[in-house]
Each structure stands twice: as C-alpha cells, then as structure tokens.
Design a protein around this ligand. Structure first.
Ligand code: GDP
Length: 528
C-alpha cells in the first residue's frame, strides 16, 4: 500500500466520558467489530475505583491494566483504528488532557439517564478549545432515561456544542423498540439478541410508508414521524466540513452493553472522522505526508516490575514513516537514539514492529531519556506545542524522610515528574520542593512508587496554595517586575522547565497581585 493510502486509512481517536457512562463497554464492542477480540469481557476497565485510595496494591494493579489499554488498535473495513485510552477518574484528568493532544477526533459517551456529567463537561471543553471533531454517543437506551430532545438540549447548553442527531431512538427503556438511522435511512429493531440486532436492519427511505407502522406499530411510528419532523426543523443538516472543523457534533443513540447502535456509530465514524492531521510545531506546521519522520511523546508509563526501572514512552507519529533501528534525533537532548524493539498495539497485545505510519502510536522502551512533550525527528528541530501543564489543584511540600536516601529521592521525584504524574515547584527563597497534583490520590501513588521503585521515603507537609500561575513579562528589568519579585519572593517558584511561577495563596491575593502589577501576565497553563 502506498504511503498516502496508509495515512488516509488511519483513524486515531479517544473516547471520553464521565466514569460509568459506558466507555469501557463501548470500547469492547468496537473491538469486537474489528475481530480484535472474540468475546465480551475481554477489555478490562482501567478505572480507579472508589476506595482504592487506601489500597496501594489496588492502585498498582489498576495502573497495570491501564498500560494494556493505553492504545487499542484494530482493523475494520480497511481502516486502521487506534483508540487511545483516556482515564475518566478526575484525579487523572491531566493524563487525559495530554492524551487528547494525540487524537484526531473523539467520541463522547453520555448516559441516557444521567445526562451530561461533570467530567464530560471538563473534557469536552478541552476538545472544544482545540476544535477537535466530536461525535456524541448517548448510551444505555435499554434503560429508562431522559427524553431524546431534552438530552440534545442539555448537550447544547452544558457542553456548548451545536448538535444534530444522526440516529433517533424509538421508545426507551422497557419500551425501547430500536433506532432510526438518519445517516443511513434505515430502522434497526432492538430484540436483545446482539447478533440479530447488528445484522437485521430494515431500509426505510420513506418514513410515510405503511411499512414503518407494520415494523414498529402504529403509535411508535407516529411518534417517530413527529420526532424526526421536529428534529429536522430544529437541528441543522449534518455537514461533514462543519463537523471536521469542530463546529457541529453529530449524535448517535444506542446501548453499548447490548451492542446496539454501535455498528451504526462505527460505520459513520470511519466514514466521516478525520485521518491524521497536520500538527503545529513552534517552528512550523508539519504535515502527515511529509517524507521525514517526526513524532512526540504524549504519555510515559513506568514498568510494572519494580526490578526493571525502564519505562514505555508512547509516541504519536505525526509525519513520515517510523522505522525500527533507524537513528532519530531527540530534539530536547540533541542526541541520536535508535530503537531496536519499538512496539505497536493490536487489541490488547503489544508486538514489535518494523515501521509505523502517521496516526500510529509507537511504544518505545526508555531508560529515562524522555519527558512528556519531547519530539523525535530525522534531524530537523521541531518542538510540538500543545502539551501544557495546568495549574494543579492540590499542593504539598515534599520532605525527605530518610536522609541516607536523598539521591534516590531526587532521582525518583525527577523521573515521576517526567512521566507527568505530578508537577514539581521549587521555591525561589529556600529551594524547598512542592508537589502539585490534580487529585489527592497522586500523593499516595508517588509515596508508594518512590519507596518501591527507588527505595526512597518521603513525607508531606501542608502548604496553603490556591493556584499556580505562570508568569510572563516583557521586561525583566522593569521596576514593576523587580518590585513584584521582591514583594512576592515568598510565593515564587520555578517549575521543571525553570519557568517562573507565582503560587497564590487565595483568589483574593491573586486578584490583588494582578491589579498591583498590570504589566505582568498571569497564565493558568504553562504554554502561552
Ligand atoms: P466506564 O466507566 O465509562 O468505562 O463504564 P463501563 O463501560 O465500565 O460501564 C459502567 C456500567 O454500565 C457497567 O456496569 C456496564 O455494564 C453498564 N453499561 C454500559 N453500557 C450499558 C448499556 O448500554 N446499558 C446498560 N443497561 N448498562 C450499560
């Protein structure tokens, strides 16, 4: 197959949802279509369940599972599909944000009864800011839930999306009869038998024929006609270009558990979802069909075996062809690296590959060379944008609890920060180290991993920080900036890239500081 064709047939996407909406179940059903797995129950949920906080082994076990499900690749109708896993647990939101830098589109799963939930709102907002094309799947139609129009309204309002249904449910819960596929113009009846449900669709080009009444009954047919008429009046016609620009989001209904409506979703997805897209670098935009390989690290995973400290770096191929044993330039370190066993992911299996194309994810063994956001090229200096750090929500001092092991502690902290587990801030005043995280769970993960992987002990101490703001100034020598540095010296720190950060102890003090120093910019992410 030609290089161009390889690019065109790739679809790399993420599924995002609030925990329990059905992400794992949907993923599994998608893999079934690809023939990548044979039976239900094969995909493990990588959820960190409630209560896991106190059980370190449980966290470890679950982290182990999440390595296996980090990338799920499969083939379907000549398309190579890569699903990138995005943890739903809010303590791992930062992980998800970073994974979203490597997807070309997303599917958003919404629970028919619960509607739009908190985590969905946050993740969709990130996708919206980046204009990532999104398809919405409303799940669990076999259960009683909200009315279809009510849900579409809620999605528009809470997620600030412009939606158009491409399928519509006929009944719901106990009365769930099936769905009308607006995209393909056919009816799929729900029998509860997944095999039948996937295959037995009935074409209904004209909704006004008697056939429809015979198929689903007079009342349901009448309701469906009314619903579809209303939908047509209220929602815009589907337009692929608008979808690709992130300006219009098609919506599907179904039940992942019963594998119902999933085939419809998948067939439409491979039809409309974008192939690998160009990526903005600091130096220039890079197109997938360029000859030379470039790629970037969006995720680093530690080895589960504490005896081997090597890690797996996940690289998204942006352009060109990645080849085994070929030397590539690690741009940040300005050195060449060769990889003898790059892995690809097929369903849940990892295997060594010789070449990879744009859109693919390569797993590279790493002994500590990589940080999140690092770029590999054939020599050109490209730094990809779009892997910012956000202000953490929690902050604590980290102290060395075993003075004999300080070297191990600092090495461990450094590596864990490179993996993106948390953020490290070093106070300017006294060099004390502060760990910032999105969720409280990470503190225990860090403590546990420092001890088991690096043989170091740490303790934490509370510190009152409300938010971290990255500081920008046009003139470091200005009197205003010098004054700011002097007056606020207690609250100034450096992040891991040596960028200056202001640790505001309250919303009020942040506001006052911003007012007092109008020429200084306070950013809430590290990339500006
Ligand atoms: P995740 O947290 O988003 O990955 O959600 P899961 O896929 O683990 O699903 C959460 C729960 O919802 C599980 O008990 C599933 O069996 C159930 N579930 C998923 N899809 C459906 C569906 O279509 N109908 C019903 N009734 N339950 C579902």
């Amino acid at each position: 197959m030609k290089f161009e064709d390889e690019i065109k047939r790739r679809r790399t996407f993420g599924i995002i949802s609030h925990p329990d909406a059905g992400k794992t179940t949907l993923t599994e059903k998608l893999l079934l279509f690809g023939g990548a797995i044979q039976e239900a129950g094969a995909v493990k949920s990588n959820k960190i369940k409630k209560g896991a906080t106190s059980d370190f082994m449980e966290i470890e076990r679950q982290r182990g599972i999440s390595v296996a499900t980090s990338v799920l690749g499969f083939e379907y109708k000549d398309k190579k599909i890569n699903i990138l896993d995005t943890p739903g647990h809010k303590d791992f939101a930062e992980d998800t944000f970073r994974t979203l830098t490597a997807v070309d589109s997303v599917i958003v799963v919404v629970d028919v009864a619960k509607g739009v939930e908190e985590q969905t709102e946050k993740l969709v907002e990130v996708c919206r800011m980046r204009n990532i094309p999104m398809i919405v799947f409303i799940n669990k139609l076999d259960r009683e839930g909200k009315d279809g129009f009510e849900l579409l309204d809620e999605i528009e309002q809470k997620l600030h999306l412009k939606v158009t249904p491409l399928s519509y449910p006929i009944g719901m819960g106990y009365d769930f009869k099936g769905i009308y596929n607006i995209y393909e113009q056919n009816v799929n009846l729900f029998t509860g038998d997944p095999k039948k449900d996937i295959e037995d669709t009935v074409e209904v080009k004209d909704l006004n024929t008697k056939e429809l009444d015979e198929l689903i009954g007079d009342t349901a047919a009448e309701t469906l006609r009314e619903d579809l008429e209303l939908a047509e009046g209220v929602y815009p016609q589907f337009d692929k270009e608008e979808y690709l620009k992130g300006e219009l989001q098609p919506v599907f209904f179904g039940s992942a558990l019963h594998n119902f409506g999933v085939r419809e979703l998948l067939d439409c997805f491979i039809d409309i979802a974008p192939p690998p897209q160009p990526k903005e670098g600091e130096e220039r935009e890079v197109k997938p069909n360029e000859d030379k390989f470039t790629g970037f690290v969006f995720k680093i995973h530690a080895n589960m075996d504490p005896k081997h400290r090597d890690r797996l770096a996940f690289v998204k191929v942006v352009s060109g062809k990645f080849e085994r044993n070929k030397p590539y330039k690690h741009v940040r370190l300005s050195k060449n690296l060769k990889f003898s066993s790059p892995s690809a992911f097929f369903a849940e299996k990892k295997q060594i590959v010789d070449e990879m194309f744009p859109g693919d994810i390569v797993g590279l063994h790493d002994t500590g060379n990589f940080k999140i956001g690092d770029t590999l090229t054939e020599g050109e200096i490209i730094n990809y944008k779009g892997t910012p750090s956000f202000s953490p929500e929690h902050f604590r001092y980290i102290n060395n609890a075993d003075p004999m092991k300080s070297k191990q502690l600092y090495k461990g902290i450094e590596q864990l920060m490179d993996e993106g587990v948390a953020q490290l801030f070093t106070l300017e005043l006294n060099n004390r180290k502060i760990i910032g995280t999105v969720g409280a769970l990470q503190y225990e993960v860090i403590q546990y991993r420092l001890e088991h992987e690096y043989g170091a002990k740490c303790s934490y101490e509370n510190i009152n920080v409300h938010k971290a703001c990255w500081i920008e100034t046009d003139n470091e020598k200005s009197e205003e900036f010098q004054d700011f540095k002097r007056v606020k010296s207690k609250f100034l720190a450096k992040d891991k890239h040596d960028q200056l950060v202001f640790l505001a102890d309250s919303p009020f003090s942040l506001q006052m500081t911003q007012q007092k120093y109008p020429s200084i910019k306070f950013h809430f992410t590290s990339e500006f």
